[in-house]
Design a protein around this ligand. Structure first.
Ligand code: UDP
Length: 315
């Protein structure tokens, strides 16, 4: 298959590109390097089935030749990134999704939208099932990401209903692994970087808020299984193993073997209290469920961070 990955040089995008090339597909990776970096796909650059093009899908998506699948993964995705880039985030979620859908429509390709557990906001239903409509504050600081993704979902369904495009929506829950930017501001890279550097580990609020964290390899496998079906979604992809941020901080500190102290910092506005995917749909439809133990994933991620001291030291 010939596959276009928008945001292909980002954290998830680069892992998707790698798997797709390994599986024998032709991959065109588009990225404007707003939060992604060419280094993430450096290992693929010499490959004759991989091409990296600097492009901003918010402006236009220009691709020549056949396309079988469009994976639309372009977007700032960590809270500090989208708080710093609120308008870019809304533009790529709206105009970028419009352009990527237009490409899929024109080429008769399947389209997969990388949506998010953030569409559930600060959820009042737990765990979250796909039929839950969510609890999002549109005018809070996180609204730029949450609402852009919700708009993207609505637009994707409009293209399906109006133009008969073979679309699919995946809702991605917290994911971690190698190639996360150690300074991207998310809990896991922050905790690992702080533990390695012996700096205080910053836990927001009282640390009782929970997330359910999935190792990237499992996530990529779930997404690609979904992409190869004609399922419209939305489908949750994530690991239901739920943990509080305080416990996660202690766990990472132990795995790193660090003596960092825990430092409690202010909780961000509208920070969701809980999050856990109900993955019954993915289990039944794709026969998929995470297989990497969170501890094993954390060990592999810590090992990668240790191999990149230049990134970890910059902070
Ligand atoms: N968090 C934290 N310390 C940090 C960064 C994040 O305690 O240094 C908390 C954050 O407030 C949230 C959780 O960790 O409750 C997960 O945040 P993250 O940014 O990883 O992703 P989110 O799920 O909020 O998009």
């Amino acid at each position: 298959m010939r596959i276009v990955v928008t945001g292909g040089a980002g954290f998830l995008g680069s892992h998707l590109c790698t798997r797709l090339v390994e599986d024998g597909h032709d991959v065109l990776c588009l990225d404007n390097f707003c939060t992604g970096v060419p280094r993430n796909v450096e290992h693929l650059l010499g490959h004759d089935r991989f091409r990296l093009v600097k492009a901003d899908v918010t402006d236009y998506v220009h691709v020549t030749g056949d396309v079988d699948l469009v994976l639309h993964f372009a977007s700032p995705a960590s809270p500090i990134d989208y708080l710093e880039l609120p308008i870019e985030t809304m533009k790529v979620g709206s105009l970028g999704t419009l352009h990527a859908l237009g490409l899929a429509k024109e080429r008769g390709a399947r389209f997969v939208l990388a949506s998010t557990s953030e569409t559930y906001g600060d959820p009042q239903v737990h765990p979250q099932t796909e039929d839950y409509w969510g609890h999002v504050n549109p005018v809070g600081p996180r609204g730029v990401y949450d609402e852009a993704k919700r708009f993207g979902e609505a637009l994707t369904m409009a293209y399906r209903r109006t133009h008969d495009v073979n679309t699919g929506i995946v809702r991605i829950f917290n994911t971690f692994g190698p190639r996360m930017r150690p300074n991207d501001g998310r809990a896991i890279p922050n905790f690992i970087r702080q533990a390695i550097n012996g700096d205080p580990i910053t836990v927001a609020g009282d640390g009782k808020q929970t997330r359910s964290v999935c190792y990237v390899e499992d996530l990529v496998d779930g997404i690609l299984r979904f992409a190869m079906t004609d399922h419209p979604g939305p489908m949750n992809i994530g690991n239901p193993s739920e943990i509080s941020m305080l416990d996660l901080a202690g766990w990472i500190r132990d795995l790193v073997g660090s003596e960092s102290e825990i430092s409690f910092i202010e909780r961000p506005t509208d920070d969701p209290a809980v999050r856990r995917p109900d993955i019954t749909l993915a289990r039944e439809t794709l026969g998929w469920q995470p297989v990497v133990e969170v501890e094993d994933g954390l060990r592999r991620t810590i090992a990668w961070f240790r191999e990149h001291p230049e990134l970890v030291r910059v902070g």
